[in-house]
Design a protein around this ligand. Structure first.
Ligand code: ATP
Length: 278
């Protein structure tokens, strides 16, 4: 998606909140937007989400988008599960698949007990879980999150972090605002700042790469060639193999289908060391 020369003002004579904004949102990118209170972050996110239109310039190539606003519209006369199921259907899921996904997200956020509670009667925290779940339920190609972590308990915040990284790994784009500067800090592809109506890139960080450590034991020798060329460390009768995240599925498959096959003791993700040792 591209924003070209985008400007936004409220009313014909209102001041320009955003001016001449250019932004490319690549597939599979995690972008953070920052800026002082009232600088125009939410205005920009609403334009990105397509629920507001620019007063100048144009936005092209919008993919299927979901948006978690700062304030959840709790006034809809629906229960949590009905609301999420409808949102899933809006994103093209069939009825059963939408209902299943709705139930799964409520379960994941520990809100399954409120599936049949009307939205208007949800507590603030549970309402926020539903607000976040509606953004995830349809597996959107672009997810726009405006302070979506605010009001969630720590466990739910971690679930949302994970869900964001999963969407990105899936090739979707995620654009977010959050008051905590540490939020997904090592994983952002770029950080943009809104100030005095302009948007500028403040950092283009290479996201921290992830590795997977597999501990396995077997009766035969380890195959000489393994996917991802893992780092091998003996572990008293077993071996620890460390590979890039992207190669971990192929490595597990190779171990499980080797003859004689290998028993997988554990699989754990970790941040990559500065320089992988070989
Ligand atoms: N619907 C609206 N009508 C008129 N002015 C608006 C409207 N929405 C936002 N504004 C104004 O646009 C400016 C930017 O607001 P916006 O909510 O985008 O900022 P923000 O950076 O998200 O702020 P915060 O960090 O406080 O959430 C503010 O001056 C605000 O008053």
């Amino acid at each position: 998606m591209h924003l070209t020369g985008v400007g936004r003002r409220y009313g014909l004579r209102g001041p320009w909140i955003l001016r001449d904004v250019g932004l490319r949102v690549p597939r599979g990118a995690l972008l953070r937007i920052e800026g002082a209170n009232g600088s125009g972050k939410s205005t920009l996110l609403r334009l990105l989400a397509g629920i507001d239109a620019p007063s100048a310039g144009r936005i092209t190539g919008r993919p299927r988008t979901a948006y978690v606003p700062e304030r959840f519209p709790a006034a809809l006369p629906l229960t949590a599960v009905d609301y999420l199921t409808r949102l899933g259907r809006v994103h093209g899921l069939r009825r059963q698949a939408a209902a299943r996904a709705a139930g799964e997200w409520l379960e994941r956020f520990g809100a399954a007990g409120h599936a049949h509670t009307p939205l208007s009667r949800l507590s603030k925290g549970t309402g926020q879980k539903v607000a976040v779940a509606q953004g995830l339920v349809g597996r959107p190609e672009l997810l726009v999150l405006d302070e979506a972590w605010t009001g969630l308990d720590p466990a739910s915040r971690r679930i949302l972090d994970r869900a964001v990284l999963d969407r990105v790994a899936d090739g979707a784009s995620v654009v977010f605002v959050d008051h905590d500067p540490r939020r997904l800090a090592g994983d952002c592809h770029a950080v943009h700042r809104v100030a005095a109506g302009r948007l500028s890139e403040v950092a283009a960080a290479a996201p921290r790469s992830r590795v997977v450590r597999v501990e396995a034991e077997g009766t035969g020798p380890l195959p000489e060639r393994l996917p991802g060329d893992p780092v091998r460390e003996p572990l008293g009768g077993a071996v620890r193999l460390t590979v890039a995240d992207a190669d971990s599925d192929a490595l597990l498959h190779a171990l499980l289908t080797a003859r004689p096959s290998w028993h997988i003791r554990s699989v754990a993700a970790a941040d990559a060391p500065e320089e992988p040792r070989r």
